[in-house]
Design a protein around this ligand. Structure first.
Ligand code: AMP
Length: 481
């Protein structure tokens, strides 16, 4: 194969210039892709030549195709058959959702070839997955835990791996996968091509990378401190105890006006996500939670509902939402501010994908201000501050109470399809600031046990000056860059 001059890739503007095998370009054409994204333009030529790669890129940049297309090309060109209980290409992914998404993409790109793509992850019976591996597979996409389980059961060996991809390395580290990864590194053959992707590259990740890659080509598409460019970012300063009412009212207004389409709400904890869903469902907003305590079936149902528009609001923890590719996410709400500033970049990167504009709104409690300052330093951007909406207290007092039942739209068939206004079949809880205060106190008590930032309960609420615009005013507000 011809070696390209160092900057030649910059001039490769079409997939047809890259020299990918015809069945692959045919699949791309059927998907309507003709121009590679910047990471694809940089990575594909080097990967087709068999180089190792260190990629610093977030999801949303086209990085799956950046590694999938040249790998499929090389597997097709080598024209080998997989050995029983083995795979020729191994892709490791931190979460089940991301693994399934990568496998779906790879199946699509390989649809005109004979390559087999299998996907394994925890939370579903291992026996079925072991059966799928008996004859061997060309491509295996896996989460680390289940991969090692199947290796321990002798259902799989890694000795024939020709291409190894470690995706979302920083998330792998956050999830505590360092030991499993070290084990996998020892089981891989020396002679292989390795690709290592991470959205951020702190020292610990870089040294993990050294265990897998040799003399890699380095590609970086968005420097880690750069926040997704097209996202309009806003902050609202509000006490923790008032965030739920603000979220509910903002979503009601935004969904009603059609301004909010598909929304991701981020909470710091799983219980926090469930609690938010309970409140939203009680107010007639169809919402579902996605986090590590949900069963695989619940996660799939929540994601499918979100993708097909039946559930317009998905409440997620960082880990569950990482890498999820859903187009048309119009808004991201940071219900709690992440204490790791890079998480903020990942969160808001869920919107403004594929050329669409997106809006990110952060609810900042007094004790979260230092986290916000860290984020501003990292992103070199200060989100525009929005005032609390007019009549917030009065409107918040009218919101219905959630039931005590477990959260999840799937358990509440009565919840209306996102255009509902309060009530949700349960009726209003009755207005009046007394009930509002009582509710706040109950919430405060709930919060005390879960490690969330405390609110200023019992103290005077600090509202912005009267007459200010509400959250719905963000379209007209100054664009934060
Ligand atoms: P990823 O970063 O791999 O999650 O990809 C983000 C989204 O961009 C996915 O929906 C891909 O299907 C899409 N995508 C990837 N490559 C291209 C391309 N060259 N042209 C248009 N869309 C793409």
């Amino acid at each position: 194969m011809r070696t390209r001059a160092p900057c030649e890739y910059l001039y490769l503007s079409y997939f047809s210039d890259l020299g990918l095998a015809e069945p692959i370009t045919r699949a791309l054409t059927s998907k309507g892709y003709d121009e590679p994204t910047p990471i694809q333009r940089q990575a594909i030529p080097a990967l087709m030549e068999g180089r190792d790669l260190l990629g610093i890129a977030q999801t949303g940049t086209g990085k799956t195709a950046a590694f999938a297309l040249p790998s499929i090309h090389r597997l097709v060109e080598a024209d080998k058959r997989p050995q029983p209980a083995s795979c020729r290409m191994l892709v490791l992914s931190p979460t089940r959702e991301l693994a399934a998404q990568i496998a779906d993409n790879m199946r699509f790109y390989a649809k005109n070839t004979r390559l087999q793509v299998q996907c394994i992850f925890g939370g579903v019976p291992a026996g079925k997955q072991a059966k799928k591996l008996v004859a061997g597979t060309d491509v295996l996409v896996a989460t680390p835990g289940r991969l090692l389980d199947l290796i321990d059961q002798r259902a799989l060996t890694l000795r024939d791996v020709e291409i190894f991809v470690l995706d979302e390395a920083d998330q792998m580290m956050d999830l505590g996968f360092i030991k499993p990864l070290t084990r996998v590194a020892a089981l891989l053959p020396q002679d292989r091509q390795s690709l290592f992707f991470s959205a951020t590259m702190p020292d610990a990740i870089a040294s993990l990378g050294k265990r897998f890659i040799k003399n890699p080509v380095k590609v970086e598409v968005a420097p880690q401190s750069t926040t997704a460019e097209r996202v309009e970012q806003y902050a609202i300063h509000i006490d923790q105890s008032e965030k739920q009412a603000l979220l509910t009212l903002s979503l009601m207004k935004g969904i009603e006006s059609g301004e909010i389409d598909r929304t991701l709400v981020f909470t710091r904890t799983k219980h926090g996500a469930d609690r938010v869903v309970r409140h939203l469902v009680a107010a007639g907003i169809n919402a579902a939670a996605i986090h590590g305590n949900k069963t695989q079936a619940q996660r799939i149902r929540a994601l499918d509902g979100f993708r097909d528009g039946k559930v317009p609001v998905l409440v997620a923890t960082d880990i569950a939402a990482r890498g999820i590719d859903v187009s048309g996410v119009s808004h991201v709400f940071n219900f709690e501010i992440p204490n790791v500033p890079e998480q903020y970049v990942h969160r808001i990167g869920r919107t403004a994908r594929a050329g669409a504009d997106g809006v990110a709104i952060s609810f900042v409690a007094p004790d979260e201000k230092p986290y916000m300052r860290d984020i501003e330093r990292l992103t070199k951007n200060k989100p525009a501050v929005l005032p609390i909406p007019e009549n917030f207290v009065a409107n918040a007092a009218k919101l219905p109470k959630p039931s005590r039942a477990p959260a999840g739209a799937e358990r509440n068939p009565d919840a209306r399809g996102g255009r509902g206004r309060g009530g949700g079949g349960r009726g209003r809880s009755g207005g009046g600031s007394k009930q509002f205060e009582d509710r706040q106190q109950r919430k405060s008590a709930e919060n005390r046990g879960d490690g969330l930032p405390r609110d200023d309960m019992g103290r005077k609420r600090r509202f912005r000056p009267k007459g200010a615009n509400g959250v719905g005013a963000h379209k007209g507000a100054v664009k934060a860059r």
